[in-house]
Design a binder for this molecule. Sequence first.
Ligand code: PMP
Length: 320
Amino acid sequence: MAFPGTGKIWMNGSLVDWKDAKVHVGSHIIHYGSGVFEGARCYDTLGGPACFRLDAHIRRLFDSARIYRMEPKYSTQELTDAIFDTINANGFRACYIRPIVYRGYDSLGVNPLPCPIDVAIMVWEWGAYFTKEAIEEGLDVKISTWARNAPNTTPAMAKSVANYANAQLIKMEALAEGYAEGIALDTYGNLSEGSGQNVFVVREGVIYTPPVGNSVLWGITRDSVMTLARELGFDVREQTLPRESLYIADEVFFVGTAVEVTPIRSVDRIKVGRGRRGPVTEAIQQRFFQIVKGELPDTHGWLQFVNTPAGAASGQSKGR
Ligand code: PMP
């Protein structure tokens, strides 16, 4: 999705014009991948614009920063407010939200510690990640020849910029071979995740997803979907899964902030189930979209309303 090229970006405490939101080429992040980031969404809900589980995303941003010994100079509340300010400054009712904490400009030794910890927030309108057809019918995916990073290399629980070198290899290989997306195994050959999404497998009415020990990001949509699926009465299990579990599944689907809930209809050209979206995926998709759009009661406090006049009028406060 191309950028709009206009609007405001938050950088180290100020809203700057889109074209002026620049970093120096000598910044540490450019050379050594020294940054952590988040991807969240603001939805245009019935009660006004609301961010989905923003507190969990901010928590993960700080967790990622901690793993990399970075201390952002803003508090979680300051960053939450800054995100709302950025959304309001751009006048969006629905958008994708990209905060990034990174090592900036000072020196280029591998030791990152002398470099400042900079923070920026971008927001832009980003609709569905895959086509409407894919959301209804499913994606054709392949098992990547690239494995996810091994435990004790670059940590999977940190959403670090550096991890996306691996993600890009998975994505580009899939596209080059005519697939929409790739699924990677971990270095032991167990099912891990897609380039930017967690994966679920359904068989005989039971829903499975790999545990965080299998080199997956501890996804917030994954957590939400597990909760919603249990509320729908499904047995949901976090379990190490072999590659072939995908081929014999009744249904397979991706989840993530960008992809939301997207079915997979084939893996390595082997049809999953009947080769189209299955009923469990559809039920979860439906429940997920109803929750994020505010069409069902927000019993988990997952919607954090942006402090716009519309949000205020609906009696909702920002944050929790
Ligand atoms: N795995 C990876 C590698 C990702 O980049 C993402 C997107 N952040 C996810 C899983 C899904 O995580 P979430 O639901 O928190 O967006």
